[in-house]
Design a protein around this ligand. Structure first.
Ligand code: HEC
Length: 275
């Protein structure tokens, strides 16, 4: 029996010894422990429908990394080229094999209007006056892109033709739009016809010679010439009273021969607003 006690004691001591000598089983800290690799990326947007975009990856902390896109093989370059629009996942791995979190990057198509300069050159013709007519026009010449359509109402409606006709005098917010919807806007003025040379010589002479009796609100004899069209309408009375002078002379202090000639030239040219 003493022998059994001895064996048991030895076993017990052995067990105690083993336990007391057993080393700490917690693994030593590895190179990835406590390390957070962060990815930043910049991108060059692809043209719509083309695979010409790129993603450039920057991993921190600084170190030597390899990079993977969409869980593909790791490469040493931090630039992924020839990418179309879409969603990508990027990872970086350092020299110890520690990886970053998988990071999502979305490549959107480049705005086709960025950096595009569309030029717009308008040419206008007058809207007639006396009688007033909606016969002005705007012709737009666009450059810098292609596939244009044109608007004269600020972009509410567009037409294929670059010519707008039958316009009243006024300001038109024109817009040209290219094939990608990129636009150029400009306000274009259709001016009233400024009148012909002969007409304006007559009118200017009258302003100085017929004065407040017929301008600036004056309407002696029921005639006011502030409205340019009244000069056109009354051409015969002006000629009769100022040049032919078969009735009382107008103005009361008669015109000299030079001023009469101005009226005669206009009458002979057709006595119109545009002569
Ligand atoms: C000092 C004021 C005065 C001046 C200046 C004057 N008028 Fe008159 N005008 C009158 C008066 C007053 C009448 C109405 C009496 C009459 O018909 O003689 C009249 C009438 C007229 C009439 C309408 C009668 C018609 O025959 O049809 C015309 C046209 C006219 N004038 C043209 C002219 C023109 C053109 C000038 C300038 C080149 C002019 N007048 C300068 C005072 C003036």
């Amino acid at each position: 029996m003493k022998k059994n006690y001895l064996i048991i004691s030895i076993l017990a001591c052995t067990v105690l010894f083993v336990f007391s000598c057993k080393k700490d089983t917690v693994a030593p800290a590895g190179p990835c422990t406590g390390l957070t690799i962060t990815i930043n990326s910049s991108q060059s947007a692809p043209t719509a429908g083309q695979s010409n975009g790129s993603i450039t990856v920057t991993a921190t902390p600084s170190g030597t990394y390899t990079y993977s896109i969409n869980n593909g093989a790791y490469q040493s370059s931090n630039i992924f080229n020839n990418l179309a629009t879409g969603n990508y996942t990027i990872m970086a791995k350092n020299a110890d094999g520690c990886t970053s979190a998988s990071t999502a990057v979305t490549l959107s198509a480049a705005n086709p209007c960025n950096g595009l300069v569309i030029t717009l050159t308008p040419v206008t013709t007058y809207a007639d006056v006396c009688p007033t007519a909606n016969n002005g026009s705007i012709t737009l010449t666009a450059g810098g892109s292609s596939g244009y359509t044109y608007s004269k109402d600020g972009g509410t409606t567009f037409q294929a033709s670059n010519v707008f006709s039958n316009l009243a005098a006024g300001n038109y917010p024109v817009v040209v739009k290219d094939v990608n919807g990129c636009t150029k806007s400009q306000t274009v003025t259709v001016s009233p016809n400024p009148g012909g040379v002969n007409f304006n010589l007559v009118r200017n002479m009258m302003i100085s010679r017929c004065g407040n009796c017929h301008f600036n609100g004056g309407s002696d004899g029921g005639v006011n010439f502030d409205d340019k069209c009244n000069i056109v309408t009354k051409w015969d009375r002006i000629n009769t009273r100022c040049v032919v002078q078969t009735t009382n002379t107008m103005p009361p202090n008669p015109l000299n021969s030079t001023d009469k000639r101005i009226i005669t030239d206009w009458v002979n040219a057709g006595h119109r607003y545009i002569d």
